[in-house]
Ligand binder design. Structure first.
Ligand SMILES: C[S@@+](CC[C@H](N)C(=O)[O-])C[C@H]1O[C@@H](n2cnc3c(N)ncnc32)[C@H](O)[C@@H]1O
Length: 500
């Protein structure tokens, strides 16, 4: 650790990008300038590690482990950032991309009010179930566990849990039927809304491991034992094609009844443990709306927030509406709603369509048309952003992008995030601190310094750049890019800005 800190310049060098454009193919001057400009505030740190910016640490934490949400960051990280920003009870902290609700829950435990959004109903279930930790009637949960374990699905039961095209035949026969049977039984049972929510949380936590699918960032991976793959292979065989590569999501596909029971037992023991700790848990307010941050932030009044702690979707093509399709369908979403939700995500997939005109219309309707144009003018005139878009187009023309949707994604991603930064500046109080966790990315041999480009936008909207924490562990590149362009390590960062 000491050695690591002593050689700060050497350390910083290995976290500074030398060549943004592989083989010097595209202009890179504006990105180099940013690299120079923000190098003094780069802090390579061991305060946070890969585990604290991911779900790894939360797995071990009471409460935060309740929803298995791989994209979440840890309570540890939120606690450190809250300390650094000096947030105290009475303050309000925002997370515009709530996910499992880590920021909101940690704030609540410290008596700090929070506000935030997420487009997915999974967030709503997670936040409600966790926020109720001090409210549950323990004997009711015990009764639920007892009655659930006694549930016997009748032989001829013909109900099945709903599906959409991408989740069809995701479960073995028994699980597909039992999910529906148990859901109806608990919904019509004599339980409080809080306990029903807790049951829903335990059910959504169990779906993946009781299915033939596994989450893989961009898509759902399918097990070769699933009907879907078996049928697809029959068609392939008939047309002389090779079968799909054998794939095993997990050795044993879980039994849904056992999995839910395990989840219920786990949360029940956690609730008892948290309660028996005997410390009074401060009860601050959580204001959550299942909605897009892009269309909520412009409605907030100025100067309300003490700080922001968040991690938006990364610019990495990961599609939450595909990887969480089982859970979304379970929560009642159909084909059409999921497609719509896919488009309301921050542009982070190659399928994302531009939202600029919808945003312009919205700002005009709320009487903020000028604000829209002012923000957009800043975005359009940013030299580094312009350079990145030019580089993407040159790479496309050269056949270096494996999907043309990447250009639209990159353009939409930063345009939308820049609107978020501008609005956050407006709704923050003087002295407020904003922390954004994100990863740098690389497409077609072009490095996109997400941390510095974001800091650049933030500064143009009025923030003072304070620090860019960079984790010791950097990120690799896709194997395709490594082969074609060589390796460039990519920073995983936490950008910190202040409204002075
Ligand atoms: C990286 S995750 C946040 C994880 C969170 N920090 C946690 O600890 O669980 C990003 C979240 O942004 C949400 N999201 C995507 N587009 C959004 C939008 N337009 N408005 C609000 N949330 C959005 C996704 O559904 C996802 O839950």
């Amino acid at each position: 650790m000491e050695k690591f800190i002593k050689n700060e310049t050497i350390v910083k060098n290995s976290y500074t990008v030398e060549n943004f454009s592989a083989d010097g193919f595209c202009p890179e001057g504006a990105r180099r300038e940013l690299e120079e400009k923000y190098r003094p505030i780069l802090e390579v740190t061991q305060k946070f590690d890969r585990r604290s910016v991911s779900y790894q640490l939360s797995k071990k934490e009471a409460l935060h482990s309740w929803l298995k949400y791989k994209e979440g960051f840890s309570a540890d990280l939120v606690n450190i950032l809250l300390d650094e920003m000096g947030a105290v009870p009475g303050d309000t902290v925002m997370d515009p991309f709530m996910g499992s609700g880590t920021t909101a829950l940690v704030c609540r435990m410290r008596g700090i009010d929070s506000v935030g959004y997420d487009i997915m109903p999974i967030s709503a279930v997670s936040i409600r179930a966790k926020a109720n930790v001090m409210k549950y009637d323990l004997s009711e949960i015990k009764r639920l566990i007892g009655e659930f374990s006694e549930l016997q699905m009748p032989e001829g039961y013909s109900g099945r849990t709903p599906y959409i095209t991408i989740t069809e035949s995701a479960y073995p026969e028994f699980n597909e039927r039992f999910i529906q049977y148990a859901t109806d039984a608990i919904a019509s049972g004599a339980y409080s809304p809080e306990v029903k929510d807790l049951f829903t949380l335990c059910m959504i936590n169990s779906l993946e491991r009781c299915s033939y699918t596994s989450k893989d960032g961009q898509y759902l991976n399918w097990d070769s034992r699933s009907k879907k793959v078996i049928e697809a292979n029959k068609v392939r065989a008939a047309t002389g094609k090779k079968p799909l590569p054998a794939h095993c999501c997990r050795k044993d596909i879980g039994n849904i009844k056992e999995a839910v029971l395990e989840e219920l037992t786990h949360v029940f023991s956690e609730i008892k443990r948290i309660r028996s700790a005997g410390e009074p848990v401060p009860q601050a307010a959580i204001r959550f709306r299942q909605s897009s941050a892009l269309f909520e932030l412009p409605l907030l009044r100025e100067g309300e927030l003490k700080g922001v702690i968040t991690s938006p979707p990364y610019c990495n093509r990961y599609d939450y509406t595909r990887t969480y399709a089982l859970e979304l369908v379970y929560l009642g979403m159909g084909e059409k709603e999921i497609k719509e939700m896919r488009q309301s995500q921050l542009s982070c997939t190659v399928e994302s369509k531009p939202k600029l005109e919808a945003l312009r219309k919205f700002y005009t309707e709320i009487g903020a048309g000028k604000r829209f144009e002012d923000i957009y003018a800043v975005i359009r005139s940013d030299p580094a952003f312009g350079e990145i878009l030019t580089a993407m187009k040159m790479r496309k023309a050269n056949g270096d992008l494996n999907n043309d949707g990447v250009i639209r994604m990159v353009e939409g991603y930063f345009t939308e995030l820049a609107f978020v930064y501008a609005e956050l500046y407006r709704v923050c109080k003087r002295g407020a601190t904003v922390a954004f966790v994100n990863d740098n990315v690389r497409y077609g041999g072009e490095v996109i310094p997400v941390d510095y480009l974001s800091t650049d936008f933030a500064e143009r909207f009025g923030f003072t750049p304070v620090k860019v924490y960079c984790l010791k562990q950097q990120k690799g590149n896709s194997s395709q890019q490594m082969k074609k362009f060589g390796r460039v390590a990519l920073r995983k960062s936490i950008a910190i800005w202040r409204k002075d």
